[in-house]
Write a protein that binds this ligand. Structure first.
Ligand code: FAD
Length: 553
């Protein structure tokens, strides 16, 4: 695809005005930044709309103390520019939110991408126009309608935060925030009585970070999560120079591993080695950096209940060794799911927090929260006086962002209605009935189950190649067929069938007690679990077969 071709704007109706944009991208996070770079390089008339005041998505918002990567920083950066790789120094093995945001800004500035972005531009309605073969997008706030031949949605998977639904929340007179909306200004924590509700990935990060900075910390836990040491540390100039030398090799490894990380699974079978050998491996992995504990493990940990139970008990035992009070230790060990059935948050001295005198674990499965009061939290047992409440209660994951846009496809059919019991897609990239709409990190793609940017570069490249073809061939409309969508959705379901994750009550299965309709653990087939190499093969196969499964016209 060279410079913007007139052909790409051809419409079936010669009188119809061409759309305002050839491509509109929704979202200026990791995905949107990558996608606009690719399209600008090709001379496509494209713009990015983002509801946020600035770029960065996840890393613009989640500024709570302790917010950082579980991915190795140097595997999270983009791989497309050697120049960029050579000049950026990641200062920590798992870098924190401020550095991550600095990185994304650096990328946007380096490639002059900001001028292609419009902020404070929330798209709240999208309507497919069959006659003109384009999308009408309503930009709320400034109440403007714009048109685009193609829309690429890059609205993220953890973009809609879900505060809990507890009576009295508006009465509280101290400071209270969902972690996603942590203030940009410094929050004074010294001497404060702080309550944190939630012990998922964000809760674990924030609790560990603030425990020694606050006066008192009350942790309100309903269900514990499995967690293991992150083993963060600085990256010296020398190490960074070595990483730079090895970038090609590092990205090649990520491309070939199921999770898109540098961690390769242990090739030996769980049952083909002795218990002593298993323990030796686990002793090595516990405390190794990042997701090693999960991703360098035996494959059976993900699929076989007996193997998973043995490993879960190993992690439980390690947890018991770190928490002085055995009763508290037991409360911190999950009993209703095995290790890795849900996304495993990594921690830094999290369990030791409960050995501190200023920290109390409040088990709200035993004594639930009744209400938030003017001065704190009332459980069925007692009142906790607090100055600050932190809601670490997660996200309406994967489809939440889509549900909040009124997307009307062919014949006015609403996407939210089609997906009310769970998404169905073709390749996690497109949806039947919604022509010319592509999704980056969409539901049923591999993005949520993979080191994110590694998947984004693969999917973004695939999308760019499709648009290139479409342009070259003068195609103004493409749509996944119903059959292709059904086949893919069945395939995604089958994959869940092989993974213990299907039994988890987390966001991989669409469970969230704070989202109406998602409370009861009805399994939603949200993510592609076949692993990074298989996903690449699947989408590559479709492209090489001339986009089989699409109607192009
Ligand atoms: C605390 C935290 C830690 C994480 N750690 C890791 C990690 O270690 N490794 C990893 O791989 N992933 C991690 N993730 C996942 C993370 O979300 C992705 O890595 C990545 O940042 C997502 O990028 P994105 O561009 O797809 O989406 P986002 O960053 O969510 O960006 C989406 C953008 O779309 C905009 N948008 C949404 N709806 C609309 C609309 N209707 N109109 C206009 N704009 C809209 C939003 O404002 C946002 O700016 C983490 C997530 C969180 C929350």
């Amino acid at each position: 695809m060279q410079a913007t071709s007139a052909r790409a704007f051809d419409t079936p109706h010669p009188d119809a005005a061409p759309p305002d944009w050839e491509v509109v991208i929704l979202g200026a996070g990791v995905s949107g930044i990558y996608q606009i770079k690719r399209l600008v390089d090709l001379g496509v008339k494209a713009t990015v709309l983002d509801l946020s005041p600035d770029l960065g998505g996840t890393w613009y918002w989640n500024r709570y103390p302790g917010s950082r990567f579980d991915s190795e920083s140097y595997t999270y950066g983009y791989s497309f520019s050697k120049d960029l790789l050579d000049e950026w120094h990641w200062t920590e093995r798992f870098s924190g939110q401020p550095e991550n945001l600095r990185y994304l800004n650096h990328v946007a500035d380096k490639f002059d991408l900001r001028r292609h972005m419009q902020f404070n531009s929330k798209v709240d309605r999208m309507r497919w126009d069959e006659e003109r073969r384009c999308w009408h997008l309503h930009v709320g706030g400034r109440d403007e309608e714009i048109t685009a031949r193609f829309v690429i949605s890059a609205i993220g998977l953890l973009t809609v935060s879900t505060p809990p639904r507890i009576p009295g929340m508006e009465d509280f007179q101290g400071g209270s925030w969902h972690t996603f909306f942590w203030p940009h200004e410094q929050v004074e924590l010294a001497g404060k009585r702080v309550g944190v509700i939630g012990t998922g990935a964000t809760g674990i990060q924030v609790i560990a970070e603030i425990a020694d900075k606050v006066g008192e910390l009350k942790v309100f836990q309903r269900r514990p999560n499995w967690s293991a040491p992150l083993a963060n540390g600085p990256i010296s100039e020398k190490e960074m120079a070595d990483i730079r030398r090895r970038y090609d090799e590092i990205f090649k490894t990520c491309e070939g591993t199921p999770g898109g990380f540098v961690h390769e699974p242990d090739r030996r079978g769980f049952y083909s080695v002795s218990r002593e050998e298993r323990l030796a491996l686990w002793d090595k992995l516990y405390g190794s950096p990042g997701f090693a504990i999960w991703m360098r493990n035996f494959r059976e940990i993900f699929t076989d209940e007996v193997a998973n139970a043995e490993f879960s008990e190993y992690v439980a035992e390690r947890t018991r060794l770190r928490v002085k009070d055995p009763k508290i230790a037991e409360k911190l060990i999950p009993k209703d799911h095995g290790f890795g059935w849900q996304r495993v948050p990594m921690e830094t001295s999290y369990f030791e927090v409960y050995n501190r005198d200023n920290v109390e674990l409040v088990d709200i499965s035993e004594t639930p929260i009744d209400r938030i009061t003017k001065t704190g939290i009332q459980t069925t047992d007692r009142h906790f006086d607090l100055d600050i409440i932190v809601y670490a209660t997660g996200f309406d994951a994967i489809t939440g962002g889509y549900d909040r846009i009124d997307i009307q496809g062919v014949g006015g059919a609403k996407l939210a209605e089609k997906w009310k019991d769970g998404p169905s897609t073709f390749l996690g990239l497109t949806v039947h009935g919604y022509p010319n709409l592509l999704m980056l990190a969409g539901p049923q793609s591999n993005s949520a189950s993979v080191n994110y940017p590694r998947s984004i570069e693969i999917c973004g490249h695939w999308i760019t190649s499709l648009l290139e073809q479409v342009r070259e061939r003068g195609i103004t409309r493409f749509e996944a067929t119903a059959e292709a969508e059904q086949e893919w959705t069945n395939h995604v379901r089958e994959m869940y069938g092989t993974m213990l994750m299907r039994k988890g009550k987390g966001w991989f299965t669409g469970y969230n007690s704070n989202v109406p309709g998602h409370e009861h653990g009805r399994t939603r087939y949200f993510v592609y679990n076949g692993g990074n190499p298989k996903y690449q093969k699947e989408i590559g196969r479709i492209a090489s077969a001339g986009y089989r499964g699409f109607e192009l016209s």
